[in-house]
Ligand binder design. Structure first.
Ligand SMILES: C[S@@+](CC[C@H](N)C(=O)[O-])C[C@H]1O[C@@H](n2cnc3c(N)ncnc32)[C@H](O)[C@@H]1O
Length: 197
């Protein structure tokens, strides 16, 4: 499989990414209660900026990513700590055997996943009743954010994505634009959706 983040992994953790992921983690923690017994998954965990900031609040986090180079950066971080609540899963969520999760997090990764509906269905199947699905991603943009035609989704229409989640049986607890990322002399809005099964 092609590693699309090979050239980005080693410099991923820059001040902008740290600010954005911290803001998402705070937004998530203010929107739902994470329990010490929770077993959650983060899809597109990358170098672990979001997941590692939440690790103390839960029992276990499965950090899933299909980029070996991003996961290598995460492994190096884990090697220098005594964190034992993280299990790294290399690949795609849809093909793992994870089940009975208390929640799934997906930050800035949904736009890289080809089949959004199938992904939503897989999340719903693999979380417990009342489990949460938290998405943070770009609002619909003109393609200039990545500047590449290879990106699968140029952000999302917040209303349409919420309706899609509702159609698949989720209840929307929160949907709002809460942040911006500056790039190419533009501000790209970022939303959070917290959905519950
Ligand atoms: C924009 S990065 C975000 C990383 C991390 N969430 C962060 O904000 O620092 C997107 C991540 O999703 C991963 N990814 C893309 N498609 C994926 C898929 N189908 N399954 C799992 N991970 C995927 C990429 O390898 C990359 O690490």
């Amino acid at each position: 499989m092609i590693d699309n983040f090979q050239n980005k992994a080693n410099t991923w953790d820059n001040p902008q990414k740290i600010r954005m992921t911290t803001k998402f983690s705070n937004e998530l923690s203010e929107s739902i209660f994470l329990y010490k017994e929770d077993n959650i998954a983060e899809v597109g965990a990358g170098t672990g900026l979001v997941g590692l900031s939440l690790v103390d609040k839960v029992n276990k986090i499965y950090m899933i990513d299909n980029s070996p180079s991003m996961l290598n950066v995460l492994r190096e971080k884990l090697d220098s700590t005594n964190i034992n609540k993280v299990e790294i899963v290399e690949g795609e969520f849809e093909t793992t055997n994870l089940n009975h999760l208390d929640g799934v997090i997906c930050y800035m990764s949904l736009h890289h996943i080809a089949d959004t509906i199938n992904f939503i269905r897989e999340v719903k199947k693999r979380i417990k009743e009342n489990g949460f699905f938290a998405i943070g991603d770009l609002i619909e943009e003109d393609g200039s954010f990545h500047g590449s035609k290879d990106i699968l989704h140029f952000g999302f229409n917040l209303e349409k994505l919420s309706k899609l989640l509702e159609a698949e049986g989720f209840i929307i607890l929160r949907e709002t634009v809460y942040d911006y990322v500056s790039k190419n002399e533009k501000n790209y809005p970022i939303f959070i959706i917290i959905a519950q099964k």
